[in-house]
Write a protein that binds this ligand. Structure first.
Ligand code: FAD
Length: 609
């Protein structure tokens, strides 16, 4: 945008008088005094560009000025601050390099930069070169060049190079006439454009990268707000440049205060975004292992009934339910509730009662030492308690067909449909599975996808899916159900591109274009680590209560006179709740109920030991 007055289109403007002297008592930034020559500082602001705005405070949009003459630099900053200091952070720098560094830091922190004012004649990097590079970082910031009369030709050329909005002839006194109208106009133009602040976590990654996908899923399931930037799009590239990241190691996560984390582990990420990962004590009344509905139920009841309770979760609280787009059959939610919402409420409730919730802690061992039950983590550390509730649920089974394991996370997903849904817009999506979880995902994904095809091995959905979901599916034209069909092979280079489908009756095959495949084919308990500790059935589900003593047999290794309580395992004081328990109902309500009931049995156990 170029407008009249001091715009480049009127280069014959008369030069004006000298700026306020550098040592003018009115010079307000004070930074020149403390900063090394060439340093950038936030004139009159809470901090310099390296200092993030105060937590919780809405950062003011920045006006940045760069001039190699310290006196002129201070004078510009002083004049700017006088009129704009209340609503803007005035940052000044004395070289292009320093100003670019400052801009990169602001970019990482998600600050807004409204206006850039650069002197033309600077040693090393001139103002046009600076503005050109600054455009790569803040393309939306409005740009003006400060020139001497003799340099107006260069300034006019800059209109094409850096899409200059204005040039200002030095000196600019009185600012009310010469400087402020230009800056007002620049700010007006900036305000009219899209300059939304992005204070959340930023994730820059490759769209088809398994780890980028996992990180987004991890953040979403832990209800950590973030914004996603594909690394091959302009803003993603700008963020990587600002973080001095080469883009070879992705994802890069940029925290709200501007720290860049390259390929962090879940535990590093959890710690950085404020999710507790370390227990505060060595001994508790109750350790709950698993943060799905059963574990959260146990944590709420345990903590609310006065037990010192810690819940340990390996990825994100919510478990399978946390991945559900809409749970329609949970008591008290007649319009359904998303798994994320239910999890958020449960987590807040558990925390309110004083339960400690740890994430990204994988439990790999359980030992009984006299009355203490010790739970060991994968990093070798351990905590102990009077009682333990196993609420580790189940994990999705993997589909065995050539090509699938290589493409997992690259178009092939197990269960987690929610964070990928936006990527499916206008694409053809395939879902494998005939149970409710597959049906819910189909309904959810059909909102964005061009088509959704449910592949079922059997002849119909009726045996495996609830009636209400089948009816919903029938009413959505974008969803097709292909019965008697299985995935024979997946193909793709870096991302799923095609599927070979096989008719399970005729064995004939067909190759279809497919970029997305979501698999929901039942689940298995991951209880290998309990081998030799508690009794399990042949599929790995934990036996408890009456199921331990089926056919009236007494447990040979049961040490007490009384029989095990209803949800108690073969180790006294260790209980099982929810999907991990053999013969459990595999529903949210029953998992929550068992969590609560297990706590009641823990009390009974504690009273009698
Ligand atoms: C997509 C989907 C939709 C569903 N929809 C419905 C529905 O509409 N209605 C309904 O009633 N049911 C539904 N279900 C089933 C319901 O979600 C489950 O029955 C319920 O979540 C079981 O709860 P849980 O706590 O026993 O186990 P899970 O939900 O499986 O949670 C177990 C947790 O333990 C953690 N864990 C496992 N091992 C360890 C370890 N060694 N260390 C630390 N942590 C560990 C896991 O990471 C997980 O978070 C759905 C399931 C899915 C997948």
């Amino acid at each position: 945008m170029v407008s009249a007055g001091v715009s480049p289109s009127s280069p014959d403007r008369a030069p004006v008088t000298a700026p306020g002297a550098p040592d003018d008592p009115g010079a307000t930034d004070g930074a020149g005094a403390q900063g090394a020559p060439g340093a950038a500082d936030g004139a009159g602001a809470a901090g310099g560009p390296g200092v993030p705005p105060a937590a919780g405070a809405q950062p003011k949009p920045v006006i940045l000025t760069v001039d190699d003459d310290p006196g002129v630099s201070r004078a510009v900053a002083r004049d700017l601050r006088r009129k704009y200091g209340e609503r803007h952070r005035i940052v000044r720098a004395e070289s292009g390099d320093v100003a670019l560094d400052a801009l990169r830091q602001m970019k990482l922190r998600g600050e807004q930069v409204a206006v850039l004012l650069a002197d033309y004649r600077m040693p090393g990097m001139n103002g046009i070169e600076f503005l050109e590079q600054a455009m790569d970082i803040y393309p939306g910031a409005r740009r003006a060049l400060l020139t001497a009369y003799a340099d107006t030709g260069a300034a006019i050329d800059a209109i094409n190079v850096v899409d200059l909005d204005y040039y200002l002839l030095k000196p600019w006194d009185p600012p009310e006439e010469k400087l402020y109208p230009v800056v007002d106009s620049l700010l007006e133009a900036w305000l009219a454009s899209d300059h939304r602040p992005v204070p959340e976590l930023k994730v820059v990654g490759h769209r088809w990268s398994a780890r980028s996908s996992e990180v987004r899923e991890f953040l979403a399931r832990n209800q950590v707000p973030y914004r996603w930037y594909p690394a091959d799009e302009a803003e993603g590239k700008r963020l990587l440049d600002a973080a001095s990241a080469d883009g070879l190691a992705l994802p890069v996560i940029i925290t709200p205060d501007g720290e860049a984390l390259v390929e962090p582990s879940d535990t590093e990420l959890a710690a950085r975004v404020g999710l507790p990962t370390t227990p505060s004590a060595e001994f508790y009344d109750l350790v709950v292992i698993g943060g799905g509905p059963a574990g959260l139920g146990a944590a709420v009841y345990g903590a609310s009934e006065g037990l010192r309770t810690v819940l340990v979760e390996r990825t994100a609280t919510g478990g399978q339910a946390g991945q559900s787009s809409r749970i329609e059959n949970y008591l008290g939610f007649p319009d359904g509730v998303s798994g994320a919402q239910l999890t958020d409420r449960a987590r807040r409730q558990a925390t309110k009662f004083g339960a400690e919730l740890l994430t990204t802690r994988d439990v790999v061992g359980l030992e009984a030492h006299g009355p203490a039950r010790t739970v060991r983590f994968s990093d070798g550390t351990a905590i102990s308690a009077h009682a333990v509730i196993l609420a580790t649920g189940v994990a999705y089974r993997q589909l065995a067909a050539p090509g699938l394991s290589e493409l997992t996370g690259l178009g092939v997903f197990y269960g987690s449909a929610l964070t990928e849904a936006t990527g499916c817009a206008d694409h053809d999506v395939y879902i494998v599975g005939g149970a409710n979880s597959a049906g819910q995902a189909a309904v959810y994904l059909a909102r964005a996808a061009r088509s959704v095809t449910i592949l079922v091995r059997g002849p119909s959905l009726r045996k495996s899916m609830s009636h209400y979901l089948i009816e919903q599916i029938e009413r959505i034209p974008a969803i097709t159900v292909r019965t008697c069909t299985e995935v024979a092979e997946a193909h793709g280079d870096g991302h799923l591109e095609r599927l070979t489908l096989r008719d399970s009756n005729t064995r004939s095959t067909e190759v279809v274009d497919a970029q997305w495949l979501f698999v929901f084919i039942g689940a298995a308990p991951l209880t290998g680590w309990l081998d030799g500790v508690v009794h399990r059935d042949e599929r790995g589900f934990v036996l408890a209560g009456p199921d331990l003593t089926a056919e009236g047999k007494r447990l040979a290794d049961w040490p007490l006179d009384r029989p095990p309580y209803h949800l108690e395992t073969s180790v006294p004081g260790v209980f099982a709740a929810g999907d991990v328990r053999a013969e459990s109902a595999k529903r949210v309500a029953s998992a929550v109920g068992e969590g609560a009931m297990a706590v009641m049995l823990v009390h009974r156990y504690l009273e009698r030991t």
